[in-house]
Design a protein around this ligand. Structure first.
Ligand SMILES: O=C(O)CCC(=O)C(=O)O
Length: 280
């Protein structure tokens, strides 16, 4: 089923209906997008260094700090890691990351129009944290692999990401795997996404990865946005997690990604109409 429905005859991992040539995003060089996508196709991820200034990241850090109060509750969240969920309800500081034009231009070529924000988190890994269990982000959708990604993700470095402080570990090429988990031999191929603050690692929901261990003496902060196909259920239930008043404070792009949009003609309607009318 995976092959027939989600992989093009030419082996491309993009959904058949996703446009190979969507309208350009203002200020984004289409050639750059194509080059980045070639890396994503080959390795499952790409790092874009210093996409935003360090000062923007410092401002996000200041806005996030008051909400980073609780350690994780399990191995996956990390017992020495603090997270913010429902970020937009608490602060709008991460919105420029969520709707960065280059990221949207990449998503435009991978997912169907009106793709959704699946989750947004700030992740602060404290010293002594161990490596997070490896996973791929769209693994909870019960659709066999190999297949095209149902989601794509960004992890933005708010602090510098180093090998010591828990840079995200990625497994190049694992986006093409069938249904299997990484072996000890695979684990030797893990690559730390080392990058300065303001950089982003963009990857497909099929790529195996996990946060690294923090062996440094300082915390490592990241913001991660995951996006999914408009026909897939979002991980965060934004119609309940983000109030309508708060959604009104966001751009129409983010409103659409929260769920004030439709996959024409039948997915996402409210009272038989496009839900964006609820914000008018
Ligand atoms: O913080 C990171 O580097 C990765 C976290 C992650 O992949 C997750 O929590 O799903």
């Amino acid at each position: 089923m995976g092959d027939r429905v989600y992989v093009d005859a030419d082996g491309s991992l993009r959904p058949r209906a996703a446009s190979p040539d969507p309208p350009p995003r203002p200020g984004v060089d289409g050639g750059h997008v194509t080059a980045l996508l070639a890396e994503v196709d080959e390795r499952g991820y790409v790092i874009v260094p210093e996409l935003l200034p360090r000062e923007t990241m410092t401002a996000i850090k200041d806005a996030a700090r008051p909400f980073l109060q609780y350690d994780g509750r399990n191995e996956f969240e990390g017992h020495k890691t603090r997270r913010i969920y429902s970020v937009i309800e608490k602060t709008l500081a991460c919105n420029p990351l969520v709707e960065h034009p280059l990221i949207l231009a990449l998503l435009d070529r991978i997912l169907l129009p009106n793709y959704l924000l699946s989750q947004l988190q700030v992740i602060d890994i404290h010293p002594g944290e161990v490596q997070q269990p490896l996973h791929h982000d769209d693994g909870f959708y019960p659709i066999p692999r190999p297949r095209a990604a149902i989601s794509a993700a960004t992890i933005w470095a708010i602090d510098d990401f180093t090998e010591e402080n828990g840079a995200t570990m990625v497994l190049p090429g694992s986006h093409r795997w069938e249904d299997r988990t990484p072996t000890d031999v695979d684990r030797q191929q893990l690559v730390p996404a080392v990058m300065p603050a303001g950089s982003v690692v963009f990857f497909l929901g099929t790529l195996w990865h996990g946060a690294g261990a923090n062996r440094s003496r300082a915390t490592r902060m990241a913001a991660t946005a995951q996006y999914c196909e408009p026909w897939a259920r979002q991980q965060e239930n934004y119609s309940l997690a983000i109030s309508r008043e708060r959604a009104r404070c966001c751009s129409t792009t983010i409103q659409a990604m929260l769920g004030y949009s439709m996959l024409f003609p039948f997915i996402g309607f409210v009272d038989g109409r496009d839900p964006k009318r609820l914000l008018e």
